[in-house]
Design a binder for this molecule. Sequence first.
Ligand code: ADP
Ligand code: MG
Length: 495
Amino acid sequence: MTHLAYSEPAPRIFHGAKGDWEVVIGMEVHAQVASRSKLFSGAATAFGAEPNTQVSLLDAAMPGMLPVLNGFCVEQAVRTGLGLKARINLFSQFDRKNYFYPDLPQGYQISQLYHPLVGEGEVIVDLGPGVARRVRIERIHLEQDAGKSIHDMDPDLSFVDLNRTGVALMEIVSRPDLRSPEEAGEYVRKLRQILRYLGTCDGNMQEGSLRADVNVSVRPAGSDRFGTRCEIKNLNSIRFIQQAIEHEARRQIAILEDGGQVVQETRLFDPGRGETRSMRSKEEAQDYRYFPDPDLLPLQLTEDYVARIRASLPELPDEKKARFVREYGVTEYDASVLTAEVEAADFFEAVARGRDGKQAANWVINELFGRLNKEGLEITQSPVSAGQLGGILDLIARGDISGKIAKELFEIVWTEGGEPEAIVEARGMRQVTDSAAIEQAVDAVLAANPDKVEQAKAKPSMAGWFVGQVMKATGGKANPQAVNALVRARLGLPG
Ligand code: ADP
Ligand code: MG
């Protein structure tokens, strides 16, 4: 079983003034390859460097400089393709996309139009337990990023930072299979998760490592024809993607209900206003005069090369999630939470292996993740290690401590560190299972509350109150099952 069974949801319905509509969305995601050097030059790619300090002569388009393809970037794109269950094209080719812009000194971007490196694949977008949308991937190609124009440093001048020029991007193009802003957001989340599992892109949207162009059209609910689409460029957060789609769908519905027609165009999202506005229409679209780059040979891969990369793929989120449900008996929801990040999944497995999986999941999700969230820490910064948490669970399993004491113990390990078992020993936290001690505590509570004893004989549900009192009297250290059994026996209630 590679992934859990799911069914696809109905499209979300948008209620217009005159009728019902649905939205159709296709995405072009630009993912920066996690490579220390650029696609065709040896210049560095580190984020946040001083402007124009990571620019080779090639990036600056000095005459006579020739591109040299970075094999590591090719490998990452192939890895990504395989991770998206896609066909790898053994023959691919780089084309020049010609246009003028100050942040593009070459006067063209090297991309792959006619023969992309990766063909058709898929992403299963999780939308809740048992519900998912299968989104087909049309292609993935490698291309160069452009530089950055800076307009806000001087009232009269614009500046150009070429550090980003030539950095390797994977453009991941989906088919128009998404049917709501929420699905689009989840699609980006899932794609980002897979890329991070593969290690081919760090997925950092704030730093621009992952950006999306979103294509949106609308059609009457139930129609099987596509409407005219608009493309919203360069969205760098999931919230903006969702807001832009929501606004764009409503804008198009209003035009159509008014008897007008949607004009195919490129639009920009203004986060301040939550609106999209026109950037250029199809009529103004430039002719990029694409042609194969004469400085680069076609890229020819062998079956063997692809097979070697395939063999090195890690277990991916869908498979890991299905395995967690199967091997550890956790719910699909919990498995999603546990597999969101590979480091967290590894942590969970280190705790759960050889122990009660459901209990391990509860502790990792509720106690550990809850606490990490509160403190704003990543799993890799957790003060409690998997070994320590496992130690706490072993103490519970052996009946040495109750669940309540375990939480106190967790707190001690979190703040002070140390071996759980040694702490329990040193601080006398061990649960009282010794029946003489428990008997004594139970009898003391019964003797102190004769009126309640009378009531409980008529109303058995009151037994719980006595158990609570005994637990309190023993500082939570009495074994709750033993206390419960004894209380019921003393009250003459059935066990
Ligand atoms: P182009 O070659 O003009 O870029 P493509 O056919 O490659 O156009 O599509 C680009 C993106 O637009 C793809 O992600 C695709 O899924 C999406 N798309 C195509 N048609 C529609 C449509 N009618 N509504 C929404 N998205 C669409
Ligand atoms: Mg396109």
